[in-house]
Design a protein around this ligand. Structure first.
Ligand SMILES: [Zn+2]
Ligand SMILES: [Zn+2]
Length: 357
């Protein structure tokens, strides 16, 4: 099965909320970083107008506008929801997460719980903006890896804060275990939950301990954790048509999360063949006659296959094949780890292939 891959970053801010650069500058940073799609998600404001392709030479990037919605009056802040592909301002519903998610779906949009297990950072007086209303239903997925949120967990002491501010890659080892456990629990219970990975770029200038510096420019962050979308048809160059294809792939979970900061993740694939032919991440199948799961990485790595969150196979190499006997079911997802600067780092996290009874 031929698949077309599109590197995307789906969470960032402009001065319409609390970011530093406007859409055209963000598109330039995305072009420089080699992304194919960015989605701007300002807080509680749907900015219409800048959606289009931006090009430089041979390269082009599609810029779309979503939103990050939350109840601005709630203190401390909780329940940030990323919304894509919606067609009207939904901020007035932000105080009611279930009504908001229902409205997103009614307008044909996608809803993702942002940084769902965000943690407090006492060192900088930061309170956790995690998701607390877990009884909601109908959302598309979870932001499994939010680079800024997960990086902030490293700031446990002043020394660690300095070290990981200057060299974030020394500290970053993957998404929070708590978030992965949440994801696995939901999919093991039968729910479809699309996992995505993003930057949450703001390009904020930090002033702390006499240092004034933008630690995380957009371009730097667009080279770190991304969501790689897979489409069965190539993009056309028509912004509207391509938007539909990319959003359909996102909604279906045809994607993986790649930590491109340590090595390019382009080319990773996780597939299954069996009852329903050839399938990719996000697809569902039954298993009447046995199923072959195949995982291929762009370079040798430590590969893991998980079923409902539990490891069923592990191998060092560039590919891993696992044959499932007929009747075996579960939510199967793949991970790849890479040794980088002396530590094993989470590198790639696939979306599940759902094998149903
Ligand atoms: Zn947020
Ligand atoms: Zn954000």
């Amino acid at each position: 099965m031929q698949l077309f891959e599109h590197a995307a970053n789906l969470h960032m801010h402009t001065p319409y909320s609390d970011g530093e650069a406007y859409h055209a500058q963000i598109a330039q940073a995305a072009l420089a970083a080699g992304l194919d799609l960015v989605c701007v998600t300002d807080h509680n404001v749907w900015v219409q107008g800048p959606e289009r392709y931006y090009a430089e030479g041979e390269r082009r990037v599609l810029l779309l506008v979503g939103e990050e919605l939350h109840d601005a009056a709630r203190q401390p802040q909780k329940n940030h929801l990323l919304v894509y592909n919606h067609s009207r301002e939904l901020a007035p519903l932000a105080a009611q997460p279930q009504a908001l998610i229902d409205a997103v779906r009614e307008t044909g949009g996608l809803a993702f719980l942002a940084h769902p297990c965000d943690a407090a950072v006492p060192l900088i007086d930061y309170e956790a903006i995690d998701w607390v209303t877990w009884e909601v239903t109908g959302y598309t997925g979870l932001e499994i890896w939010n680079y800024m949120s997960d990086w902030a967990r490293l700031l446990t002491t002043k020394a660690a804060a300095l070290r990981y501010s200057l060299n974030p890659d020394l500290g970053v080892t993957g998404p929070a275990a708590e978030t992965l456990a949440r994801w696995d629990a939901l999919t093991a219970a039968g729910q479809r939950v699309v996992g995505i990975g993003n930057s949450d770029a703001h390009a904020t200038v930090y002033q702390k301990w006499g240092v004034s510096r933008c630690l995380f420019p957009y371009e730097f962050l667009f080279r770190q954790v991304n969501t790689h979308l897979l489409t069965r048809e190539p993009l056309t160059g028509d912004a509207g048509q391509d938007r539909d294809r990319l959003m359909a792939a996102l909604g279906a979970g045809h994607c993986f999360i790649g930590y491109d900061g340590i090595a390019p993740t382009r080319g990773f694939r996780f597939s299954a063949s069996g009852d329903h032919g050839s399938l990719t991440m996000g697809d569902e199948t039954t298993n009447r006659g046995g199923l072959t799961l195949q995982l291929t990485a762009p370079q040798p790595a430590t590969l893991r296959l998980l079923r409902d969150g539990r490891e069923v196979a592990r191998k060092d190499g560039q590919s891993l094949t696992q044959v499932l006997p007929a009747g075996e079911t579960g939510a199967f997802r793949a991970e790849a780890y890479l040794s980088y600067k002396g530590r094993l780092r989470g590198w790639i996290y696939s979306n599940p292939i759902y094998v149903r009874p």
